[in-house]
Design a protein around this ligand. Structure first.
Ligand code: ZN
Ligand code: ZN
Length: 338
């Protein structure tokens, strides 16, 4: 496992790269559908326009109007003077945790979220479009009407406990966001005639937007996000290429090293064989010669059969069965015949 670090780094980098590419593709698709979405005024003609479309709906349209509750508006749970059509209350725990190197870093953790909404419409004088399923909007611009941070008072025991577990609570943050009635917003989604009224709902073409930004600002935001993602993609790809280069270099060096080692081993083997050949007795009777090459003396005992029938050179080539009795060779040893 010579490449553990490089492989882990490459894996993490490719994962980030994959996520960035996916995000980029999503952003690009949204930017394209957003650009091609037609914008309509909420007026007397809008209903006629939508009715003329297939299925009496426009798959992705942009409208702008004033948020108007249908019925009594919601009261903010934490700031009673504020009213709106949609509220989200979040409780976040701020905690510090001890990281790898022993440093304490701060984190947020959402521990409770509650959302409330009521029917509302976007109105322009006498004409209106009802907004359906506003909470599912991908972008939902709301006002933060309440934001309170309560630091925790930790006891001695909490400190000791935190020291050992590596997690310490710092405080609790409560926020409330409200889509106020009377705010002027842009809504982008599927526009449909439903009986007598018009409504806008989540679309299959693109995400639902309820935002204070105009269509062009929204497109610009998407373009900016796209360029920053593109930068990240370039950085991640470069890092991948560098890591792959490092792995390739390491592989090449390893191979080269193995080749050199084999070369040295071969040379030593040859030298040893030559040395042995020089030292061998030159006059041998037939039964003292190796049964395979009939040149060198018998030097190796095969086990378990016990036959001494091979020279050292031939013994390196014969590995499976004894050439005399065909018994399986389990081990070999040098034989010294005195
Ligand atoms: Zn031999
Ligand atoms: Zn044998």
């Amino acid at each position: 496992m010579d490449f553990v670090h490089e492989s882990v780094a490459l894996g993490v980098d490719l994962l980030i790269l994959g996520l960035c590419v996916r995000e980029y593709v999503n952003l690009k698709r949204t930017a394209v559908v957003l650009k091609s979405a037609p914008q309509y005024n909420i007026d007397a003609e809008l209903k006629t326009i939508v009715e003329k479309q297939r299925d009496k709906k426009i798959p992705y349209a942009v409208i702008r109007g004033t948020v108007t509750p249908i019925g009594v508006p919601l009261r903010s749970a934490l700031v009673p003077s504020v009213s709106g059509v949609l509220q989200v209350v979040k409780l976040n725990e701020h905690r510090i945790t001890r990281g790898f190197a022993g440093f304490w870093t701060e984190h947020h953790k959402l521990i409770h979220e509650s959302a409330n909404d009521m029917p509302f419409e976007l109105r322009n004088q006498d004409y209106a479009v009802e907004i359906v399923d506003a909470l599912s909007a991908a972008v939902l611009d709301t006002d933060v009407v309440y934001d309170n941070y309560e630091p925790s008072s930790l006891s001695f025991f909490d400190h000791v406990f935190g020291f050992f577990t590596g997690v310490r609570q710092k405080g609790l943050q409560t926020t409330e966001q409200v889509l106020r009635d009377g705010s002027f917003i842009t809504a982008i989604g599927e526009l449909e005639v439903d009986g007598q009224s018009l409504r806008m709902q989540p679309s299959k073409t693109g995400p639902l937007f309820l935002t204070t930004a105009t269509k062009s600002t929204l497109i610009k935001r998407f373009e900016d996000a796209k360029s920053s993602l593109l930068f990240k993609i370039v950085v991640c790809s470069t890092v991948s290429v560098i890591i792959m280069g490092l792995i390739a270099r390491k592989l090449y060096r390893k191979k080269k090293q193995l080749r050199e080692e084999a070369k040295i081993r071969n040379r030593l083997d040859t030298e040893r064989r030559e040395r042995r050949a020089r030292n061998r007795p030159h006059v041998l009777s037939q039964d003292q010669l190796c049964v395979v090459c009939s040149t060198n003396p018998k030097e190796i005992i095969l086990l378990p059969c016990g036959h001494v029938c091979l020279c050292e050179d031939c013994a390196t080539k014969i590995e499976v069965t004894c050439p005399v009795c065909r018994a399986k060779i389990e081990s070999k040893a040098a034989a010294f015949i005195a």
